[in-house]
Design a protein around this ligand. Structure first.
Ligand code: DP6
Length: 320
């Protein structure tokens, strides 16, 4: 009744922003992401009949704020009549700052829980369970380029190209650390209720997905860059148009965008994307990776830079 698993965060190039159903956490539209390799979350869990409640330890500290979501996720995988669990999580990147730490955490959690209870569900079933906890987590069950299709009742997730077929680099410019002021669930609900741009955002998503899918199949960097930046800025326009407005950027986020624009003007193959936080993620061809990294490191307000290629989906770890 114990198991450990690892998952990496994923970065959406075509974003999930909005829920078809808040209760079951079904996304309102499709999304397309890349799974990273050097940033990870590891989850170890043990079900123990002697425990009086679930316990959660994140990077060596008791983490009561995340416990309810973790317990709910375990209920979904194992059922309500389960034994309580001791859960330990560790990550090598900042938590709750728009770096998809919930994606890697819940992807690893469902894989570990599935193994610990001997359920052996297929990967899409695990993706649905992870997605019920955090929409983006469903994509971290798969590696490389991942497409999530949002049906009326359930999602389908699949790898559309593996990490080796088009080895892009991701450079994350960390511009603030610590948890964000407004979580993505609340922010999405607010956008759906109040942003005048929300319905057109959803209407255009299928067209953006199709262009991105073609760009990945054709390995057309310029095409992927154009649609990914457009989709990202459109999502943030939905947020900015919400009431009260949702602005996750800081000065350094904008400075990083200017750095990417300057790199593009110099002929480098790079584009940016930004999620529900102030970090900028630059996506580039491997030959531009070190140059892009150095340029972002020198950008005012950048605290540190993380670099990653594309990696595999969530998987079991050997027991220690
Ligand atoms: C901006 O998956 O964190 O990163 O389902 O409410 O947990 P919940 O949201 P979450 O939202 C991620 C939003 C995004 C875009 C994306 O990853 O697609």
């Amino acid at each position: 009744m114990q198991a450990s698993a690892q998952a990496q965060p994923n970065i959406a190039l075509i974003k999930y922003w909005g829920k078809r159903d808040v209760e079951s956490n079904l996304p309102a539209a499709d999304s397309l992401s890349v799974t990273l390799d050097t940033l990870w979350t590891r989850m170890s869990l043990e079900f123990d009949e002697r425990l009086k409640q679930d316990t959660l330890d994140v990077n060596g500290f008791i983490a009561p704020s995340m416990l309810a979501r973790v317990s709910h996720c375990l209920d979904l995988v194992v059922g309500n009549a389960r034994a309580f669990a001791r859960v330990q999580s560790s990550s090598n990147f900042p938590i709750g700052a728009g770096l998809a730490s919930s994606a890697s955490a819940f992807a690893a959690l469902v894989v570990a829980a599935d193994q610990a209870t001997g359920s052996h569900l297929e990967t899409n079933a695990l993706a649905r369970l992870a997605g019920a906890a955090s929409g983006s987590a469903a994509r971290s069950l798969f590696g490389g380029f991942v497409e999530l299709t949002a049906g009326d009742e359930k999602i389908e997730v699949r790898e559309i190209a593996d990490s080796a077929s088009w080895p892009l680099e991701i450079i994350v410019a960390v511009t603030a650390e610590g948890p964000k002021a407004l979580g993505s669930t609340d922010a999405m609900i607010r956008s759906a209720r109040t942003s005048p741009f929300y319905s057109s955002w959803l209407e255009q998503q299928a067209a953006d997905m199709e262009i991105a899918r073609q760009a990945v199949q054709q390995k057309d960097f310029a095409k992927l860059a154009a649609v990914a930046e457009h989709n990202c800025l459109k999502m943030h326009s939905v947020m900015w148009g919400s009431r009260p407005p949702i602005v996750y950027w800081n000065q350094a986020t904008i400075a990083c965008m200017e750095t990417v624009r300057a790199l593009q003007a110099d002929g480098h193959s790079v584009f940016f994307t930004i999620d529900a936080g102030p970090q900028l993620k630059a996506v580039c061809l491997p030959e531009d990776g070190d140059y892009v990294r150095a340029a972002l490191e020198q950008t005012g307000g950048v605290i540190r830079v993380l670099q990653s290629g594309l990696g595999a989906g969530a998987r079991l770890l050997e027991q220690v």
